[in-house]
Design a protein around this ligand. Sequence first.
Ligand SMILES: Cc1cc2nc3c(=O)[nH]c(=O)nc-3n(C[C@H](O)[C@H](O)[C@H](O)COP(=O)(O)O)c2cc1C
Length: 225
Amino acid sequence: MKKSLMPIFILGSLLINTIGLADETNLMKGKENMKDNKISLGAEVKPMAPAWVIGSYDKAGKANMMTAAWVGICCSKPPCVSIALRKATYTHTNIMERKAFTVNIPSKNYMKETDYFGLVSGRNVDKLSATGLTPIKGEKVDAPYLKEFPVAMECKVINIIEAGSHTMFIGEIMDVKADKSMVDENNSLLPCGLLFNPTTRDYYGVGEQLGKAFTTGKEILNKKK
Ligand SMILES: Cc1cc2nc3c(=O)[nH]c(=O)nc-3n(C[C@H](O)[C@H](O)[C@H](O)COP(=O)(O)O)c2cc1C
């Protein structure tokens, strides 16, 4: 280091230590943080995500299905879901063209098909003939849903956001279709679906009911101070 830069270096190090930036810098991948007993896993996608199957039609009207895990409910009014797709996927091309898609939620019986939909591209193969599953023309949108999967959402694209490696399509849910066996007497949807662990690349089922939402927290809310 040049002699003339030495004072600036010392001053910089002092400042970083004083305002605590050094701790942040030390919180590198694989390093333990003594403050909270956590280990940093780095800036990567790690948590569990749903494994959904996205239905679309291509230009010629061929139905296609692809698996997507970078997905989620993103608005209540209007009811919306977001799905994030790489530009290279055939589904991306199809949705750009038709501005519609379906979200098909698999039961655990269809784990193999769900995985297959994520292994090959509809650009090269007819995934529906290969699996023997049945595409049904959407009632509300220009996209097919799967007869055999217990739940399907018909979605109309209302927003497209470029996030980086993936394009996020926000779809307004125009209808939710569920097998009769998937709803209770109040037409509430019963739990179903597959979860995907991006780190280990394993599929999981939905776990047991643990408690009531907007209720269990009241124990803390109502705690006398
Ligand atoms: C469990 C799983 C999750 C996936 N999640 C996504 C995702 O969120 N976004 C994406 O672009 N590709 C995802 N993929 C990869 C696509 O499904 C894969 O590229 C597929 O071949 C695309 O099909 P298509 O070209 O027919 O659209 C996932 C694959 C698997 C197996």
